[in-house]
Design a binder for this molecule. Structure first.
Ligand code: AQP
Length: 332
């Protein structure tokens, strides 16, 4: 059975982008068809300025939401990255095969570093090395496939490069993974700025639909989505990014396709109304289950504890073998 690994970063409340771009596929496909691991990658949340109590709270919330979305601990492994030391152990080895130039070319690094500098802050070294830790997350488990949104494609490509390089230099230690992306909704855009990704830690709140937004809040955000001055509903990502984004969200929520749907609508208002209702319907069962799970925090904690134990057992042999391969003296 193929091995699948993916993760979510507790840097903010999870968004519709996280759900459509990644989580939904984890629930409907990956956990059924693969030996799948889903990780709350909390170490990654420390790469930008953070509030310790908030990261802790968001990690717990992410665990609850992953289960609320439908991940089943009987079918897959759900755990927190910092509970499994092998991620950090392997990350260091991979830093010894990655190069400084490679890291500085990463688009997400450049964007986030610019943002930090723009806010007058300094850039943490861990932001630069983040993709190496992500590579360790993936390679520690002998992962075959990494289901992610488009924004993570470059990081998975780097992971492949590092795996190949390590294997060539030190002998075969890692499976070379590949990224998989959803057909529709691989990049959900911000409703207020449809040329930027809907990111959970972005500042533009009204442009982001959070998984726990009440129906009225969703309606308000979608109805106020930026479109353009045209009248007709046309699917054109370049010329009409706002309308294209709404069509893609609607398609992802209803199982249609954006081009086909564009012919159905004669006004932006009708498109927005149907999109809002479709999003509300998709979020309804997740929110209901989330409410139930919040009454039983011990259950979520137990799932994460068992998950970490299983993950540790899977990662340790691979990481130990990599330590030996690179020339480190095994502990007696
Ligand atoms: N807007 C999006 N459209 C499609 N997929 C998305 N993903 C994130 N945003 C979108 C996918 O969700 C998974 C988990 O993402 P992450 O937690 O690793 O963080 P990220 O990719 O850096 O996305 P965020 O939400 O924008 O976080 P911040 O703002 O902290 O950077 C991934 O598979 C991702 O592709």
């Amino acid at each position: 059975m193929k091995r699948v690994f993916s993760g979510v970063k507790p840097t903010g409340h999870l968004t519709l982008g996280n759900y459509i771009g990644a989580m939904r596929r984890w629930v409907t496909v990956d956990q059924h068809q693969a030996d799948a691991l889903f990780c709350i990658v909390d170490l990654h949340a420390l790469t930008v300025e953070h509030d310790p109590a908030r990261v802790c709270r968001l990690s717990r919330q992410a665990g609850t939401l992953l289960l609320a979305a439908g991940l089943d601990p009987e079918l897959c492994t759900v755990f927190v990255q910092s509970h499994v030391d092998e991620h950090a152990r392997l990350s260091y080895l991979l830093e010894c095969v990655a190069t400084d130039g490679e890291m500085r070319r990463m688009i997400q690094y450049r964007e986030k570093a610019a943002l930090e500098r723009g806010r007058g802050g300094s850039v943490r070294l861990s932001l630069l090395t983040y993709p190496v830790l992500m590579a360790a997350d993936i390679l520690a488990y002998g992962t075959d496939e990494v289901p992610v949104g488009d924004d993570q494609a470059q990081h998975v490509e780097l992971t492949r490069d590092l795996a190949v390089r390590f294997n060539q230099r030190y002998g075969h230690a890692f499976v070379v993974p590949r990224a998989t992306h959803p057909e529709v909704g691989a990049r959900v855009m911000n409703l207020q700025d449809p040329t930027s990704k809907m990111g959970k830690s972005d500042d533009v709140g009204p442009g982001i639909v959070y998984l726990l937004d009440e129906p009225d809040v969703v309606r308000k955000k979608v109805m106020r989505a930026v479109t353009d001055s045209g009248q007709d509903v046309v699917y054109d990502r370049e010329a009409r990014p706002g309308v294209a984004n709404l069509l893609e969200i609607l398609a992802a929520c209803t199982g249609g396709n954006p081009e086909g749907l564009s012919g159905v609508y004669e006004s932006y208002g009708a498109l927005k109304k149907d999109t809002a209702e479709a999003v509300i319907e998709v979020l309804r069962p997740v929110q209901q289950r989330h409410k139930e799970l919040c009454t039983d925090p011990g259950y979520v904690e137990g799932v994460l504890r068992d998950g970490a134990e299983r993950a540790r057992a899977m990662a340790r042999p691979t990481v130990d073998a990599a330590y030996r391969a690179i020339g480190l003296l095994p502990a007696a």
